[in-house]
Ligand binder design. Sequence first.
Ligand SMILES: [Zn+2]
Length: 252
Amino acid sequence: MRNGFLRTPFGPMYSEKTGTLQTFVRKARIAHKIILCFNHEWDTRYGENVSSTHDKIQIPSISSKNTIDVYNYSLNYVRDNKIKDLSDIVMVIDEAQFFDDEIIEFCREFKKYLEINVAFLDRNYLGQPFKFRDSQRNVSELIALADYRIRTTATCSKMQLQNGIFKPCGKAATLTQLEWPVDGPHSGKVILSEEEFGEYNKYIESVEKKKSGVGDSQIKVGARDYKVRCEDCFVHPPNTSKYSIEKFYQSL
Ligand SMILES: [Zn+2]
């Protein structure tokens, strides 16, 4: 009998994706389930072998590099603990967008027999579906596979003049924008192309090298430059498509 399912909390940064996973972990603990948590090794913002919300609520989590690491750990765990019924296991994978695209096949197979909760950023800083590492495939395949989809939202922090006072926009944010650091070159300018992203990464790496003497991952050091935005406040890259709505208006 197939008891499994795939549940996917996805959304922008600061939208409680990890917090949502933790809720499922708490519920699984009440049901005396065996919980296997995985996070990507790139996410070391709050230390290794933890999955943490931005307000530092943490769950122990196995730091993994590739999908095969998740598979091998699970295989050894089930073998060593002589687990007969895979539906006793609840699996949690955080930051799935950083994994290789084999995570899609893994989820497709394992959701047949066990509960898998997988959280990820659904769109990148250009508003496009997030591609897996070194792959043209993206996280929308996980959304398509999911039995339960949860779109998590953050709160849009774009400052706006409202009745003479600057306030955050405050609408539900579904996107993550990347801006140059205010104390760097192009202060606060939105990054709207892969070329600009490359330039930004080089700058951040050089700053970090100066600071610590070693290189560091873009995710960790650049986190402060990511801003959550609602659909209205997000700045999209220039649209050259023949279906551009601006062109449509101009044709009227
Ligand atoms: Zn907004």
